[in-house]
Design a protein around this ligand. Structure first.
Ligand code: S3P
Length: 449
């Protein structure tokens, strides 16, 4: 896996041609993890199409196998999961290694809390730095016992609840991972599990739970939501069609907006409104970004993004929008670097606990390209150049796939090439990113450095 292999430095230089044509990005990471997990908890066989075959999701597939589910790959993105039923997971005979994936680690903690089994979980150096108390604290109320390293870090051990209790939890931070961990534990408990979120976060768990036959009630409360799940439902296997990942499409969208002369269509992108904050923001910046062929597939809105390069202007992004674009700030910063004027992104505290400290990592990325950035508390201010940025720098990607891809996209439109120290982690979410980008750009814009 990338965490153990030698670093793979990459360099991006000005795209040889405008980005053009039509392409598809791989399946949504959030939905892919959930399809495997809910499939493992359902009665019957779940057929999945369009599963993301990135390292993060493969970690979830391996974990579901260790917990007793039968998980088979039938072909490109086509997978089958024979579930064990709720409460039916079995004790894993080995450590669950979640690699680089915070989503896999946190959601599976929820699943383990509700099962009477002992398990040990670890991850790579990035994941072992990330906070797990945000899930182990609420999940302890089920009756499960967690032992963690200092500061609530992995590796952790869990002794799952024999008779899990339902949860009633108000999230202190807007986090779909914490919400989903609570709902997964709540599946195993009798009665109603209730989660209140301060801001609405991605609702793929709620959508997929309903799709598999659970009863979930959602009510608005302020900016946020109250979610109630009836415990111990019988989840029935159901086919899942995974749409293209908007967080992966984001790199192509911004590349097409900043590489001169580009016109690009990214087909079949998931457009769940709780994921599309970046596209809304890019439009506010004046981007020519429209949606064609809007439709609903597998309970999720989907469409084709139609993009045309043009001038961008600075934008002020409110903190309330952060949950709907939480993974997109590094690539938004790349767009803002090309815009005219100073952009401000507000309320980015959560970026400090992603695969890396993405707040300082994004600032360092832009600085390496000669773009002025300031961090004021939890806000980031990007002083746009109004055209191609100088470039020429080396970016430390810090085991973070999104910093790596953002730096490479920036390098497609800077005056001098941009280099990253390690592109290996791109494989966690987007294994063919470089090949797909080079095809869209009409040549080898990104190469080994
Ligand atoms: C995810 C939720 C987000 C996001 C992550 C995927 C999910 O994390 O950053 O990449 O699938 O639930 P938080 O909910 O912790 O913000």
């Amino acid at each position: 896996m990338s965490s153990e292999s030698a670093p793979q430095p990459l360099r991006a230089r000005a795209a040889p041609a405008p980005l053009s044509g039509r392409l598809r990005v791989p399946g949504d990471k959030s939905i892919s993890h959930r399809a495997l997990m809910f499939g493992a908890l359902a009665i019957g066989t779940t057929e999945i199409q369009g599963l993301l075959e990135g390292e993060d999701v493969l970690r979830t597939a391996a974990a579901m196998r260790l917990l007793g589910a039968t998980v088979d790959r039938l072909g490109d993105g086509a997978w089958r999961v024979a579930g064990r039923g709720i409460g039916g997971l079995t004790e894993p005979a080995d450590v669950l290694d979640m690699g680089n994936s915070g989503t896999a680690a946190r959601l599976i903690c929820g699943l383990l809390a509700g099962h009477p089994l002992f398990a040990v979980m670890t991850g790579d150096a990035s994941l072992r730095r990330r906070p797990m108390k945000r899930v182990t604290d609420p999940l302890a109320a089920t009756g499960a016992r967690f032992l963690t390293r200092e500061g609530g870090r992995l590796p952790l051990a869990v002794d799952g609840a024999r008779n899990p209790l339902p949860l009633d939890y108000r999230l202190p931070v807007a986090s779909a991972q914490v919400k989903s961990a609570c709902l997964l534990a709540g599946l195993c408990a009798p009665g109603v599990t209730r989660v209140v979120e301060p801001e609405a976060t991605r609702d793929h768990s709620e959508n997929m739970l309903r799709h598999f036959g659970a009863t979930v009630r959602v009510a608005a409360e302020g900016h946020g939501r109250v979610i109630e799940l009836d415990g111990q439902p019988e989840l029935r296997a159901a086919p899942v069609q995974v749409p293209g990942d908007p967080s992966s499409a984001a790199f192509f969208a911004v590349a097409a907006l900043i590489v001169p002369g580009s016109r690009l269509v990214v087909e079949n992108v998931g457009l769940n409104p709780l994921r599309t904050g970046l596209f809304e923001t890019l439009r506010e910046m004046g981007a020519a970004l429209t949606v064609a062929n809007a439709r609903t597939e597998g309970g999720e809105p989907v469409g084709d993004l139609v993009l045309r390069q043009g001038e961008l202007r600075a934008v002020d992004v409110p903190a309330t929008r952060a949950p709907s674009m939480i993974d997109e700030y590094p690539i938004l910063a790349v767009a803002a670097a090309h815009a005219r004027g100073a952009s401000r992104f507000r309320g980015l505290g959560e970026l400090r606990v992603k695969e890396s400290d993405r707040l300082s990592g994004t600032a360092a990325l832009l600085e390496a390209a000669g773009v002025k950035v300031e961090v004021e508390g939890d806000d980031m201010i990007v002083h746009g150049t109004g055209g191609p940025a100088p470039g020429g720098g080396l970016v430390a990607t810090q085991m973070d796939h999104r910093l790596a891809m953002s730096a490479l996209v920036l390098g497609l439109a800077t005056r001098a090439p941009m280099t990253i120290d390690d592109g290996g982690f791109i494989a966690t979410s987007f294994p063919d990113f470089v090949g797909l980008m080079n095809r869209a750009a009409g040549g080898a814009a990104i190469e080994a450095a």
